[in-house]
Each structure stands twice: as C-alpha cells, then as structure tokens.
Design a protein. Structure first.
Ligand code: SF4
Length: 144
C-alpha cells in the first residue's frame, strides 16, 4: 500500500476546488493499492481556499518552528498544516506505508521543490510540511 495526494487521484480538493488528476494514481486507488489523503483538508482548510506558501524556509523548518505557512492574504495557517501533516502520518502508520507519491510544489505535499513564499512563482529547494514529516519517519516520498 502506498500513500498518494488526493488531488492526484481525481478528488476536487486543490486550493481552486479542482483536482490535479493523474489517471495512473486514480487507478491505483481504485484497485485498492493506494490510500488518498489531502493534508490541507485534514488540517481544516476549506475547499476552495486561498493559496498558501511557506515563508522563511521549508517544511522541515516549519516542523521545527523556524518557518511558517501563510496564505496570500498574509494569514498564518501554520497550525492547520501541522495538524494535517500529523493526521497523514497517523494514516500512514495505520497502513504500514513506506512510500508516498505526492503532488509537486505544494506547501504540503511537494518533495524537493516548493515555492519560495513570495507568491511570484519562484521555486526553491525544499519539501512541503507533510512531505518533510513523512521523510523524517523514513517514508520514501516522490513528487509528480
Ligand atoms: S494538500 Fe496535497 S493533496 Fe491536498 S490539494 Fe494540496 S497537493 Fe493535493
């Protein structure tokens, strides 16, 4: 069993109320080979919602209290991201998951590359908050 971002499985949970469908991921969920999660919705963020980016670092820094997540209206939404990440980790543990395929560049799900917090479309090295927590627990994470 692997963990996947729910938006990749065709669930309309992205910030704009749409999906980010990847038919291969949807097929895995339908066959019972993958569990679909949306950390932002699990953390209490609505659908649709304002865009968010990590400011002052990456997801690992957010976990350590050294960076925060803000929305495009400068509202601090860090706590929702931390709650969502912990809920995803609980689900991963319950299913004994060792691998995750996550949506690229998301402040939650992105692996190795995220937006820089400027809302100008600039990318930096780093993980989203959930991806960072999963990696710390030795779950292999890949973004598509
Ligand atoms: S938090 Fe992850 S699963 Fe949810 S919409 Fe964003 S990228 Fe998709």
């Amino acid at each position: 069993m692997i963990l996947v971002s729910a938006c990749l499985a065709g669930i309309d949970c992205a910030w704009d109320g749409k999906d980010r469908l990847d038919p291969r991921i949807k097929a895995m969920v339908e066959k019972g080979l993958a569990v679909a999660v949306c950390p932002e919705v699990l953390g209490g963020r609505p659908i649709p919602r304002t865009r968010t980016e990590i400011m002052g670092g990456s997801g690992g820094n957010v976990l350590d209290g050294r960076a925060k997540v803000f929305d495009e209206n400068s509202k601090d939404v860090t706590s929702e991201f931390l709650i969502g990440a912990r809920k995803v980790l609980d689900i991963a543990k319950k299913h004994n998951i060792k691998k995750a395929i996550l949506k690229s560049r998301s402040p939650s799900c992105g692996c190795d590359e995220i937006y820089d917090g400027s809302f100008q479309g600039r990318l930096v090295r780093g993980d989203g908050v959930t991806a960072a927590l999963l990696k710390r627990k030795d779950i292999l994470c890949k973004s598509i």
